[in-house]
Design a protein around this ligand. Structure first.
Ligand SMILES: Cc1ncc(C[n+]2csc(CCOP(=O)(O)OP(=O)(O)O)c2C)c(N)n1
Length: 279
């Protein structure tokens, strides 16, 4: 077997390296950012439970991360993760999955977990399509984009999923791209220390099933595109809807300090027990 020396490789299951992701895929960058974040924070992977659904991005935590992992059904990662958090409130429960998984089939779970403010760290890897199944249109596919199921142009407007999660009541919402790797690591570190529902939309690339249909043939082309299309949240505030057309607004969208769901449950439970014992 090949010898790996880098210390961050200690967080990964080496028997399945190198990666099974396609050349130029952003999933490796997201995994890299995540292990950098947990290493900087000195979080013991034994205290992380990762939960995922089905899709290429669901392969980021499972099987690569060396922590307890639940690889669940398509769209249900947040529902499973909520159950895990209720039973293990002290654990870092992390969800990493795709736009199809979290914004499409699992969209309602996402909205209501954000509303309940369940203490999960959720990383939505938005590559604008259903990658694993060959590049079908997803709820985040840009208007007009060509995909396998919209061969002439996408007639639907995309869901601004980060704003939906922010509106639903999450404690923390940010958006970064795989180009902004240092900002992404910093945001992941914030999320991993935050109580309550914390969410990062990571705009990522799929050169094979999406990029080649929209003129972005490799990872480098995507990096250039993300760089030139991104606008910081502060700048975006002073731009019109027309000016923001085709732009990716990056940065922290929301930070709140509402009480976390399992903490609320614990308090209610305690007060019921006190009442029952006549205190
Ligand atoms: C209930 C159900 N419906 C459909 C599928 C087929 N399926 C597998 S992965 C996937 C989409 C994956 O797209 P996304 O979640 O965006 O992740 P990506 O592969 O792009 O990272 C679909 C539709 C499935 N496995 N289960």
């Amino acid at each position: 077997m090949r010898e790996y020396k880098h210390k961050l490789l200690g967080y990964l299951r080496r028997e399945i390296l190198p990666t099974t992701h396609c050349p130029g895929c952003g999933c490796g960058q997201v995994l890299n950012a995540f292990v950098n974040a947990i290493d900087d924070l000195e979080i013991d992977p034994k205290n992380i439970i990762s939960v995922t659904g089905i899709g290429c991005s669901s392969w980021i935590p499972s099987p690569y991360l060396k922590c307890d992992t639940l690889h669940t059904t398509h769209g249900r990662a947040v529902a499973f993760a909520t159950g895990v958090k209720v039973i293990r409130p002290q654990a870092n429960v992390v969800v990493i999955a795709g736009d199809g998984d979290l914004a499409g089939i699992g969209g309602n779970h996402l909205i209501h977990a954000a509303r309940r403010n369940v203490g999960l760290a959720v990383f939505l890897v938005n590559n604008y399509i259903y990658g694993m199944t060959g590049g079908q249109v997803s709820p985040t596919t840009p208007f007009g984009a060509v995909t396998t199921t919209t061969p002439y142009s996408n007639a639907e407007y995309p869901l601004n999923i980060a704003e939906v999660v922010a509106a639903a009541g999450a404690n923390y919402v940010a958006r970064w791209t795989t180009y902004h790797i240092r900002k992404l690591i910093a945001a992941m570190k914030e999320v991993l220390q935050k109580k309550g529902f914390s969410f990062i939309e990571i705009v990522s690339q799929c050169p094979v099933s999406y990029g080649r249909r929209v003129g972005l043939r490799d990872g480098v082309a995507f990096m250039e595109y993300f760089k030139k299309s991104s606008v910081g949240v502060g700048t975006a505030e002073n731009m019109s809807e027309e000016e923001l057309e085709g732009k990716i607004v990056v940065g922290k969208l929301v930070e709140r300090h509402r009480i976390e769901f399992t903490e609320s449950l614990r308090r209610i439970n305690e007060s019921c027990q006190k009442r029952a014992s006549g205190e």
